[in-house]
Design a protein around this ligand. Structure first.
Ligand SMILES: [Zn+2]
Ligand SMILES: [Zn+2]
Length: 371
């Protein structure tokens, strides 16, 4: 995105160089596009650093190490890698403790989103601490590490909060800090795009009964992929939010709602229908503005009386990337290589402009192959 110009453009940036002993030079191999990229483009939302003419898009990547500084110990030339996107403010304690996703000043930058170049470029340099080695056997889908890390953080937040009621069911192996924590629990995911789908992968891996609200036809690829996960598609077209919740609660209590669409009207109208002691976690970021009248007293009364939690979750830190790298092979081995089926639109680097024109109801992950 270039200052004072609409649309996407090709422009030159300085060749990245190793300047610090902890720097790693990476050749970008593949970049994934997601809703944030398209929102930035559609709403002409450009957070360009003051000394730059533009911002390079792309925050989901896999690449290969070309060179390392003398102080780098965990990575070497030829390693496949992926990178976190947020760079801490350098002032607050969370950023100092490698938890810049919880930054308290807001003075962070984000590669490809906020004041720092992203990955739709031949090479990038960054510090070793932001770069994770990708095992060879998962290189082909490692571009999903970043979006999966967002889902890892959100589901971790749900588990963290629900430690307040460890007696949710009678099974010790369904406790919030165990791999099968979703057992005996029911979840509703709003939106079956790549983030909603990856969140559903984690919920199904944990054993949770999972419903996914979508506005697509039954033969859509999203529905096919959800079926392969053993999740239930709920067509929300023409359905009121209360009907959707009632449908998901036929067999059990609705323990958690994960919002991954950014469709604020539906998301907001669901809150009055949350179950007692349940958690509603918001990951989708609605663009623009939407106004609605609500009965505030009734809403707050309900949240208090029912011990409900409505919370937001944005970005992720290195630990969530590590969780994502560990879970990707588990997802693929449990659900018959399902992640491979997410790559619906592949473009060459020379076709980058075409990648930004995709508007297909059957789209999951758009990738640009940088080689
Ligand atoms: Zn900070
Ligand atoms: Zn149980």
């Amino acid at each position: 995105l270039v200052r004072e110009k609409a649309g996407v453009h090709e422009f030159e940036v300085e060749e990245p160089q190793i300047v610090d002993e902890h720097d790693v030079l990476v050749r970008v191999k593949r970049v994934g596009l997601d809703g944030t990229d398209f929102q930035m483009l559609r709403y002409d939302k450009k957070d360009i650093a003051v000394n730059e003419q533009g911002i390079v898009l792309g925050h989901e990547m896999v690449g290969v190490v070309e060179d390392v500084g003398s102080g780098v110990s965990t990575l070497k030339k030829g390693d496949y890698v992926t990178m976190t996107i947020r760079r801490g403010c350098g002032r607050c304690r969370p950023c100092g403790g490698n938890q810049s996703d919880m930054c308290m000043t807001g003075l962070y930058t984000e590669r490809g989103i906020h004041k720092t170049h992203g990955f739709l470029t031949e090479r990038v340099v960054d510090r070793e601490k932001y770069i994770l080695k990708v095992p060879k056997n998962i290189v082909k889908y490692a571009v999903l590490t970043e979006p999966l890390s967002i889902a890892e953080k959100a589901t971790e937040m749900v588990r963290f909060i629900q430690r307040r009621m460890p007696w949710g069911c009678a099974h010790p192996d369904h406790a919030p800090d165990t791999p099968l924590w979703g057992g005996c629990k029911t979840s509703l995911v709003i939106g079956g795009g790549s983030l909603g789908f990856l969140a559903t992968c984690l919920l199904r891996l944990s054993g949770a009964r999972t419903y996914v609200a979508e506005i697509v036809e039954a033969d859509n690829i999203k529905v096919q992929l959800l079926k392969a996960l053993g999740a239930a598609h709920v067509d929300v077209r023409g359905r009121e939010p209360e009907d959707v919740v009632e449908y998901c609660c036929r067999e059990s209590h609705l323990d958690m709602i994960l919002e991954a669409s950014g469709a604020s009207e539906f998301a907001l109208r669901l809150i009055p229908h949350m179950a007692r002691s349940s958690v509603y976690i918001l990951m989708g970021i609605p663009p623009g503005e939407y106004r609605r009248e609500i009965d505030a007293n009734r809403l707050l009364r309900q949240i208090v009386r029912y011990n409900q939690v409505v919370m937001g979750s944005v970005n992720s830190n290195r630990r969530h990337f590590e969780m994502a790298l560990a879970d990707m092979p588990r997802i693929n081995s449990t659900f018959d290589d399902i992640l491979d089926g997410m790559f619906t639109h592949k473009f060459k680097f020379s076709e980058w402009a075409e990648a930004f024109k995709v508007s297909d109801p059957n789209q999951m992950k758009i990738t640009v192959e940088m080689d």
